[in-house]
Design a protein around this ligand. Structure first.
Ligand SMILES: Cc1cc2nc3c(=O)[nH]c(=O)nc-3n(C[C@H](O)[C@H](O)[C@H](O)COP(=O)(O)OP(=O)(O)OC[C@H]3O[C@@H](n4cnc5c(N)ncnc54)[C@H](O)[C@@H]3O)c2cc1C
Length: 295
C-alpha cells in the first residue's frame, strides 16, 4: 500500500470519503457503534446522486427519482422516515412498467432531505475534494468506482453509464395525471416523472432522464424537452434546466463491497443500482470495520 499524505485529520480512526447515501449509512452505523468517523465530501452538500435542488425556490429531485425497497432493514429505514414525515409511498405503477406493482417512495421535501437526515450530527467536511488516500486506520471510499480509482488506482475497474436530467418547468399543468413513465425503446428519453405529483405540491414540473446512449453523445436537455412534449402532447415550451451525471448507473458487481487492505469501497455498484444497494453497502462496510475492531 502506498504511503499516505493528507490534510485530513490524521487522528481520526475512520475517514469516509463521499457523503452520498453509502458514505452516510457507513458513518452513521460506525458512530452509532461508538467508532468515530470523519466524512469528507467534495460538493457543498450531502446526498450525492440522491439529489434535490432549489429551482425557482422549490425543491426538485434531479438525481434518483424515487426509492424502492425489498430488504427488511432498508424497509425499516423507510418506515422511520415515514413516521418522521420525511418520506411517503408515492405510486406502485408507472406508465410503461413491465414488472409487477412496486411501491415507490417519494419525499415531500425532496429526496435529498433523507440524506440530510442521515447526516445529522455526523462530522462532515463539505467542499473538500480528496485527491489521495487520507491518513487513517481505515479509509472508506463511498463513491462510483471511476472516482475511487483517482484515489486508489489499484481498485478494480467498473463499468458506468451517464444520464442527462432535464428539469422542465411549465406555466401550468397541461397533462393528464400519470405520476411517471418508463419510455421504452426511445432513443433519447428513458423516464419522465411528474415532480409536482411525487412531491405532492402539484407544481407544473416534469423531470426527464435520458437514455445512456443519448448521454454518451450529448449533455444538453433540449432534446429531452422536445421528446417529453411529443410523448405527453404538451404544446407549451418549458423552461429547461439540465444536469449531467457522468457516473449515473453502474453495471452491477458481485459482493456487498470491495476491500484493499485497510481501504474499503462501497456504493450502489455492489448490487442493483439503487439507493437501497448503496445504503446496504455502506452499512456492510461499517459492520466489517466494527467486527474487526471487536477482535
Ligand atoms: C439520474 C439518476 C436517476 C436515478 N434514479 C434512481 C431511482 O429512481 N431509484 C433508486 O433507488 N436509485 C436511483 N438512482 C441511483 C441512486 O441515486 C444511487 O444508487 C445512489 O444515490 C448512490 O449512492 P452512493 O452513495 O453509492 O453514490 P453517490 O451518490 O454518487 O455518492 C458519492 C459521493 O462521493 C463524492 N465524491 C466523489 N469523489 C470524491 C472525492 N474525490 N472527494 C470527496 N468526495 C467525493 C460525490 O460528490 C458524492 O457525493 C438514480 C441515479 C441517477 C443519477
Amino acid at each position: 500500500m502506498r504511503q499516505r499524505h493528507s490534510p485530513y485529520c490524521s487522528h481520526v480512526t475512520v475517514v469516509v470519503v463521499g457523503a452520498g447515501i453509502a458514505g452516510l449509512a457507513c458513518a452513521r452505523e460506525l458512530v452509532d457503534a461508538g467508532i468515530p468517523a470523519k466524512v469528507v465530501e467534495q460538493m457543498d452538500t450531502v446526498g450525492g446522486r440522491l439529489a434535490s435542488e432549489q429551482i425557482d425556490g422549490r425543491w426538485v429531485d434531479t438525481g434518483a427519482a424515487y426509492l424502492t425497497g425489498d430488504d427488511p432493514a432498508f424497509l425499516g429505514r423507510l418506515q422511520t422516515w415515514r413516521i418522521d414525515g420525511l418520506a411517503r409511498p408515492w405510486t406502485d405503477t408507472l406508465r410503461g412498467q413491465q414488472g409487477p406493482p412496486t411501491v415507490r417512495w417519494a419525499a415531500p421535501g425532496g429526496l435529498n432531505s433523507l440524506a440530510r437526515d442521515l447526516a445529522r450530527e455526523l462530522d462532515i467536511t463539505l467542499g473538500a475534494e480528496v485527491t489521495e488516500l487520507p491518513e487513517a486506520d481505515t479509509v472508506v471510499l463511498a463513491m462510483p468506482g471511476p472516482q475511487a480509482r483517482k484515489i486508489l488506482p489499484e481498485a478494480a475497474e467498473q463499468d458506468w453509464s451517464p444520464v442527462v436530467t432535464a428539469i422542465l418547468t411549465y406555466a401550468e399543468r397541461q397533462w393528464p395525471d400519470f405520476a411517471g413513465a418508463f419510455v421504452n425503446d426511445h432513443p433519447v428519453l428513458a423516464t419522465v416523472a411528474d415532480d409536482g405529483d411525487r412531491r405532492g405540491d402539484r407544481a407544473a414540473v416534469l423531470v426527464a432522464h435520458s437514455t445512456a446512449a443519448y448521454a454518451r453523445q450529448n449533455t444538453d436537455g433540449a432534446a429531452l424537452a422536445e421528446a417529453v412534449g411529443e410523448l405527453l402532447g404538451i404544446s407549451d415550451k418549458p423552461e429547461v434546466v439540465t444536469r449531467f451525471w457522468p457516473y449515473a448507473q453502474p453495471k452491477p458487481e458481485q459482493g456487498g463491497f470491495a476491500r484493499y487492505g485497510n481501504v474499503f469501497l462501497c456504493g450502489d455498484a455492489f448490487g442493483r443500482p439503487r439507493v437501497q444497494t448503496a445504503w446496504l453497502s455502506g452499512r456492510a462496510v461499517a459492520r466489517a470495520i466494527i467486527q474487526s475492531t471487536d477482535r
